[in-house]
Design a protein around this ligand. Structure first.
Ligand code: AMP
Length: 278
């Protein structure tokens, strides 16, 4: 039976009765098969699974983006029950950021490039909320999707530096049949925008193929990704990147494991995706 809890007190009391290890899946709701795959992995590895549903205001730089983020709690709770989640913690903001809250968790260099550069303050908001959630749940393992590759790296660095007792478990990106990475934002696209959004995957696969056939110059590969994106009039690229998978610094020459990534606006909806080479 899935318990749906709102307060910190209820969460602590419920966890005290459940067996360890505890697997945590933090989400912002509007759940899809990507979230389901994280929950299933957690379910297969832990006797107790906690999912959180919290649209974190601190990781949005624009209030409008936060307000427009899709929400459907009844549907999310049905999905969690279907996947056998033990506890869904869906708190109001003041149960996460208690009165007088005045701490910021800011992870260093790894937060700087890519999404960090495009969305100033974003990763401070993410690291802060994830630190709170890991601590409240006392999670033994926490599951994160590699669609948000940099987010995984930021959280790993935070867990290492703060000696958090939680194992950070990265999970593969789940895609629609046409290759589009599943995202809560996809639902905001019109049918034409939805069709155009496949261009991210096409650009990444073209780039990966060129590397497989011997291309080693990162600028050439960035240019190839831009070229594919330019074939789609509805796609407005924010950045394309060929980066070191550990530091996320831009590369000159491509080595095995390099991270190809991009952020692209389609009809004003900001989509991200990535692919490792080799
Ligand atoms: P969100 O609700 O978008 O904050 O995502 C919650 C978690 O689900 C994050 O760890 C995401 O990386 C992960 N996630 C989102 N989309 C996908 C996907 N398509 N495949 C796998 N994991 C995903």
């Amino acid at each position: 039976m899935t318990q749906v809890l709102r307060s910190r007190t209820e969460l602590r009391a419920a966890l005290a009765t459940l067996p360890r290890p505890v697997g945590l899946v933090p989400t912002m709701g509007w759940l899809h098969d990507g979230h389901r795959s994280l929950i299933r992995r957690a379910r297969s590895e832990n006797p107790t699974v906690v999912a959180t549903i919290f649209v974190n205001p601190r990781q949005f730089s624009q209030a409008r983006d936060f307000m427009k983020y899709p929400r459907n709690e009844a549907r999310d709770l049905a999905i969690c029950a279907d996947e056998g989640v033990d506890i869904v913690w869906a708190p109001p903001t003041e149960e996460v950021y208690v009165a007088g809250f005045d701490t910021l968790v800011s992870v260093g260099a790894i937060s700087g490039p890519l999404e960090g550069a495009a969305r100033p303050g974003h990763f401070d908001g993410v690291a802060t909320v994830v630190a709170i959630l890991l601590s409240l749940v006392g999670a033994d393992r926490a599951y994160f999707g590699l669609k948000d590759y940099q987010q995984v790296q930021v959280i790993r660095q935070m867990a290492l530096d703060l000696a958090l007792p939680t194992e950070v478990v990265p999970c593969q990106t789940v895609r629609e049949p046409d290759g589009l990475a599943m995202s809560s934002r996809n639902g905001r696209l019109s049918p034409a925008g939805r069709a155009a959004a496949t261009v991210l995957r096409r650009a990444l696969l073209a780039a990966a193929a060129s590397v497989r056939s011997g291309e080693r110059d990162a600028d050439t590969v960035r240019e190839l990704m831009r070229h594919v994106l330019a074939t789609e009039p509805l796609a407005d690229p924010d950045y394309v990147s060929v980066a070191d998978p550990e530091t996320l610094r831009e590369l000159g020459g491509i080595s095995d494991g390099a991270l190809l990534s991009m952020a692209v606006r389609v009809e004003g909806v900001r989509l991200i995706d990535n692919e490792r080479v080799g």
